[in-house]
Design a protein around this ligand. Sequence first.
Ligand SMILES: Nc1nc2c(ncn2[C@@H]2O[C@H](COP(=O)(O)OP(=O)(O)OP(=O)(O)O)[C@@H](O)[C@H]2O)c(=O)[nH]1
Length: 256
Amino acid sequence: MTNTQVTLVQIDNYGPWTVTPEPRREADLQTMQSRLFAEISQFVGNRGGYAFFTRFDNMIAVTNGCSLEDHALLQESIGNRYPVTLSLGVATGTSPVQALSDATARLQEAGSAQDETRRECLEGRGIEDGYRADDDVQIAHFDVVNATGNYTDELNAFDTFIEIEQGYAELMRHMRYTHDSLSFFVGGDNVIVVCPDLEAADYEEATAHVEDAVDVEMQVGVGRGASAHEAGFAAKHALETCRADGTRVELEWETA
Ligand SMILES: Nc1nc2c(ncn2[C@@H]2O[C@H](COP(=O)(O)OP(=O)(O)OP(=O)(O)O)[C@@H](O)[C@H]2O)c(=O)[nH]1
């Protein structure tokens, strides 16, 4: 049974900061936001986790393998080196959506995202040592079938972007409301989905739904592991099997 540890990362009082004492140059904000994401991705990634940029002012990470002490170190290191600070909410659960809801609630209870007195909060709890399992995380790595041939080499770059984003938008809503899963666009034509215990039929249904709704064809490899990296790495291998065999859904634990 999955037990996903999810961390909500929120930049403290960021909205007011972006316009104080007057609006800051947009390119500087973009540069800082992407550097912050790179920091968090590297920190969490070095401990087996995955971080997703989502809205940049709010980022979401799968942090199985990261202790609360690790989280505190991330806050200290960012606070020492950047002009902004981070608050973190941590929660776990068999449903990634429920874990994220709980992590969000912990931060909301601590104060508003734009409360200038709420800084560097670390709220919630992770999975205790001794309670981890090899199948705590299930990751599905989706990609658009032959995106290069159908879109990248055919349409202008913006029209390709629209097609890929349409596929992502439909998939993310469907996985959220039908399969209790969190989907994140990670670049190119790739979407990484953090799932509860789903089966091949669920993924078949999801890819069929996206194709029916927006005419974007997707394939998906799925993996399980003790951490996001382990599950995601297995998912990438399963996706390679899709590419090699022309299949739409491969579960790493069934093809091995
Ligand atoms: N983040 C991420 N991006 C990837 C990964 N693999 C491919 N991409 C991106 O996806 C783009 C398209 O590559 P592919 O998915 O291999 O190409 P394709 O034309 O869709 O071919 P098939 O997937 O074999 O159908 C690349 O330019 C990358 O931007 C991955 O593992 N992670």
